[in-house]
Write a protein that binds this ligand. Sequence first.
Ligand code: SF4
Ligand code: SF4
Length: 462
Amino acid sequence: MSQTVPVDWLTKPDTACAYDAHNPPAMEWIDTCVHCGFCLPTCPTYVLWNQEMDSPRGRIYLMKMGAEGGAAMDEKFVSHFDRCLGCMACMPACPSGVEYGKLIEATRAQISRNYRRPFLDRLFRELIFKLFPHPARLRVLAFPLWLYQRSGLRWLLRRIGLIGLLPARLRALESLLPEIHLRTLSARLPQGVTPARKPIMRVGVMLGCVQRVFFGDVNAATIRVLAALGCEVVVPPEQGCCGGLAAHAGREPEAMDAARRLIEVFERAGVDVVAINSAGCGSTMKEYTHLLRDDPEFAERAKVMAAKCRDISELVAELGLEGALQPIRLKIAYHDPCHLQHAQGIRTQPPRLLTAIPGIELIELAESAICCGSAGVFNLLEPKTAGELADRKAEHVMRSGAQALVSANPGCLLHIASGLKRAGHPLPMYHVIEIIDAALGLCDAERRAALNLAGTSRASQD
Ligand code: SF4
Ligand code: SF4
């Protein structure tokens, strides 16, 4: 592929460097891009719009222009970086090893410090960052949201078309609300579990923010599986956010504070390994070394912490699925989250674990390397693009004939489910660890029956 740079960018008059002196996107990484274009077909925004400046190569070029005074930090400049999903699909495709993840994070931190967004945009972003990384605040909201779902108000507002009148971002927020169950809201997780035999290792479980409030079943399954595989499990109750949402949005000080607090929590817990069941949190925590590289007190501690982090599927694959796995008759479409496959390089473990379960039929989805559009809070900030990508993914899931959707990231599950609902084809959805939990016979009979039922009911429709 040839290098293509739009003329209007080249003819732009010289301006001052768009960045301040604090960690601008590093020229040595920018200059490793040889403009070959191998990354282009992997980039969701390039796939959608076929526009150079919304491709990885174009964005890297724009970063360079920002540094060299060829582009000012204005709305147009910022829009190309806002539209990047941070999915990292461009990284494994790159033969030159361009560190795009670090470049986009540095660029976003610059934007966050040096660009003043319009008032409503700032307000919405503040709402997101004052809410989502705070499980206690989410918990306060959960009951009114449960009432909203169960009282029929949601149904009514949809029926009379009021939801459709909301601004696009609020509509996205509403449509992505997970189904809230009082049982999960009131369930309390144990702070620790000791296996019957001598433990193989002491594992700390990372609960996640949205996950611990709305996806308690996933955390409960994680704890049961680890204990069944011989680990001593510790669940520090004081743990907070990993800082992932803030880091991906360029809110560097918030991300660093969250990382420091979490490192202290797991240091106090004295764990050998930290198990993470949300791909976005996992990829952030494995990058703590980079995030805290300039902090003399935490740089070394961040390195130690990052080395202890394991995605739950990575850890279960290391431990080995012992004991008889009970059959689950289910045709599954497995969605590979970007922050697992691209950012952490974990591709083989989840499918290997799932296909080890008798009765599971795993269907490979078309365009599996392309992001579903969830991408942290991208689906709230850029709902149109995110919705197009969700619909595209939902189409592939429907074509696959799957009876259930499985992933290793709750955000992806919710987002693809919204696409499936729009298409009138809702499917049951599960985290990989919930399937393993059921196959090991650890979950309750009701949950297991629901899994097999998902298989049978769709099978009978086929
Ligand atoms: S991170 Fe994803 S959206 Fe952004 S440039 Fe790379 S492939 Fe494209
Ligand atoms: S980022 Fe990598 S793959 Fe993409 S154009 Fe540059 S060198 Fe090629």
